[in-house]
Design a protein around this ligand. Sequence first.
Ligand code: BDR
Ligand code: CA
Length: 315
Amino acid sequence: MNNPRKIIIDTDPGQDDAVAILLALGSPELEVLGITAVAGNVPLALTQKNCRIICELAGRPDIPVYSGAIRPLVRELVTAENVHGKTGLNGPELSDPTMPLQAQYAVDFIVETFMSEPENTVTLCVLGPLTNIALAMIREPKIIPRIAEIVLMGGGCFEGGNVTPAAEFNIYVDPHAAKTVFNAGVPITMFPLDVTHKALTTRKRVEEFRSMGTNVGIVTAELLDFFERFDEEKYGTDGGPLHDPNVIAWLLKPELYTGRHINVEIETASELTMGMTVADWWGVTDRPKNAFFVRDLDAEGFYNLLVERIGALCP
Ligand code: BDR
Ligand code: CA
């Protein structure tokens, strides 16, 4: 196998973030240099703790976890306990982590990593609001041309929003950070609701995790049981959309996805459409193409990959 691809996972767990982290830790093609927590689904004190819970669940207490931004750049923090529960990881019984939180600030870790690793060798996988990434770019703009790629879950176009009619949660929570990142000139691959709403946690798929019989398989099923209940009611589907693991699956099997390289701008002025990703799918403007917008996936292939890799985690 080639050298593993180096990644940093920036995240706000969240059940679907947790499954994304498990997928990364179960995949030898990826080397997770660190996990950086941000405030989002739940406040920072919980997201950083949840990152450590998941590393321990995967049997990887050696992964350094850093705590980052406690709030968005400009706006008040909006959280999503209505989707994820009070802890962010409601569903299974989970013990408090014993592995330490790193003393270094997540934003400093991101800057230091991009300045010390060879140019274009580290990919940023962003599963929450983009606050830490924007802060790192503002703190040290020299990192910008050194970032190989940013792969993120966020936004929506044809599918509308999930927190307001116009906006998806991750972009809505920190639209100013999102604007900074989308305008930075770094190659971006985005997984909007248009694709994640096609990755449904159907009953049959959830049962595949439970039937692994391993602790990690059972916990995954219980996380998805909880996450799914809310979205099933909301969308009237068998299962809810599984968002964040698509970011990691893309790095492993890009052939599962199709999309288009387009211009995406972030709305930060109108309260009504705050955080909307204005996606020029039809190419009706001359604005620069700044993102690969993923719109479709092979959902069976995606779940097969999840089952294979989460099944390979031993604990
Ligand atoms: C995104 O928001 C969070 O609730 C999920 O973890 C995902 O990153 C979906 O809109
Ligand atoms: Ca998330």
